[in-house]
Design a protein around this ligand. Structure first.
Ligand SMILES: *[C@@H]1O[C@H](CO)[C@@H](O)[C@H](O)[C@H]1NC(C)=O
Ligand SMILES: *[C@@H]1O[C@H](CO)[C@@H](O)[C@H](O)[C@H]1NC(C)=O
Ligand SMILES: *[C@@H]1O[C@H](CO)[C@@H](O)[C@H](O)[C@H]1NC(C)=O
Length: 380
């Protein structure tokens, strides 16, 4: 045990010298609807080996937030849809923050809370009506606790909130959602929080594989599309979707809100009727996307604003309901091996150690290192 721990520690040291290097902050969704995932402390090492420093959770799992103590990883945490009603109550909202956010802030960077996920896809008008009040109440609680400058409040939307997305300059929200979205946008503008959208060109391809060119959705060379109104040229669907959201927001009178992609990805496997769900296509989508993020590309309508993206997802999640694709969006299998090769060979350690043990081992390895230096200077 002792010797394997030392090896483990040495691996960590080597790791920090040879970061495999995602240089420009791609984020990753760390979903946990599975019964076979590695422990959060092993995942912390995997992400460090990949130089991934932005993580999005769907909850506020304390075991994850504690495992990432002192790692410099920036977290978006989530309040599930089932919390919306309670979060409209100021006492419950403040209690939730005091229990799930405040205790972690000294060791773990939590920069954002998503209140609900894809609420306008739920067909549940009760949830829709509670969304903004819940966001406002959570925000007010943060203000009262003096945390509003470090933690932003938002929610994540499905792209299906768009009524029109083509051409991108004519993007608009669904008419029936205007009563909810207009005040929601004012909230974003007032609190300077980002508008989050889950955008999957894969869905457009899967629904219409005969019409949508695969090259256009996979960031491969293709003739693309020119927006007839702006003359802007689009070489991929994701950027067109993002600009359609900017247009929809502008159509409601706002040019002051930042849009980020809270989820995008491509499944490596699907059912027989899920066209395009292959490891080759998933590797092309995510690999090409990472290159564009690294180049800090903006969209045609916002060329100077680098796209800000959380890839979906870190692991395949075996307990997700729905079609097979749902369980196969991961970049990694639960054992830490990549599902396909996009140059992200991470390191998932076999064993985990408590931080007290780690500190002891650290001291021990410094001691060994000193002996090593002394021996070297003697022998040379
Ligand atoms: C790791 O990522 C950070 C930003 O997220 C970047 O500044 C740094 O250069 C990256 N390191 C490597 C080795 O790519
Ligand atoms: C909402 O509040 C009620 C009453 O305090 C509590 O029983 C319930 O568990 C809460 N719901 C959630 C999802 O936390
Ligand atoms: C919402 O309603 C639409 C139309 O009735 C339906 O197609 C869709 O599946 C429903 N969504 C959910 C999440 O129930």
């Amino acid at each position: 045990m002792a010797s394997s721990s030392v090896i483990f520690q040495i691996a960590l040291v080597l790791l920090s010298l040879t970061d495999s290097g995602l240089s420009h902050g791609v984020g990753i969704n760390y979903g946990q609807i599975a019964n076979n995932l590695p422990s959060p402390s092993r995942v912390a090492i995997l992400l460090r080996s990949l130089n991934i420093s932005r993580v999005k959770l769907y909850d506020a799992d304390p075991s994850v937030l504690v495992a990432f103590s002192n790692t410099n990883v920036d977290f978006i945490i989530g309040l599930g849809n089932e919390y919306l009603e309670n979060m409209t109550d100021p006492l419950k909202a403040q209690a939730w923050i005091e229990e799930h956010v405040s205790p972690h802030l000294l060791q773990t960077k939590i920069t954002c809370i998503t209140v609900g996920n894809e609420i306008f896809n739920s067909n549940d008008t009760g949830l829709m009506s509670n969304l903004l009040p819940a966001m406002q109440t959570v925000y007010t609680s943060l203000v009262n606790l003096g945390l509003d400058k470090q933690v932003a409040v938002t929610t994540a939307h499905s792209l299906a909130i768009l009524g029109n997305s083509y051409p991108p300059s004519s993007g608009t929200f669904r008419q029936d959602l205007a009563e909810y979205l207009q005040p929601l946008l004012s909230f974003h503008a007032q609190t300077k929080s980002p508008f989050l959208i889950n955008a999957y060109p894969y869905f457009a391809y899967k629904d219409n594989p005969g019409e949508v060119p695969l090259e256009y959705v996979l960031f491969l060379p293709n003739q693309g599309m020119t927006d007839p109104i702006t003359n802007l040229h689009y070489d991929n669907m994701l950027y067109a979707q993002l600009d359609a959201v900017y247009s929809a927001i502008r159509a409601m009178g706002h040019t002051d809100i930042e849009v980020r992609i809270s989820e995008t990805g491509w499944p490596s496997k699907g059912d027989a009727n899920e066209a395009g769900a292959t490891p080759e296509n998933a590797g092309l989508y995510n690999g090409n996307l990472l290159r564009r993020i690294e180049q800090r590309q903006g969209t045609p309508a916002k060329p100077s604003v680098p796209i800000d993206i959380y890839v979906f997802a870190l692991f395949n999640e075996d307990l997700k309901p729905g079609p097979a694709s749902e369980r196969n969006y991961g970049l990694y299998y639960p054992d830490g091996s990549p599902v396909y090769d996009i140059g992200l060979q991470g390191y998932l350690p076999e064993l985990t150690i408590s931080s007290a043990t780690a500190t002891a081992i650290n001291a021990l390895s410094i001691f060994y290192f000193l002996i090593f230096l002394v021996t070297c200077s003697i022998c040379s």
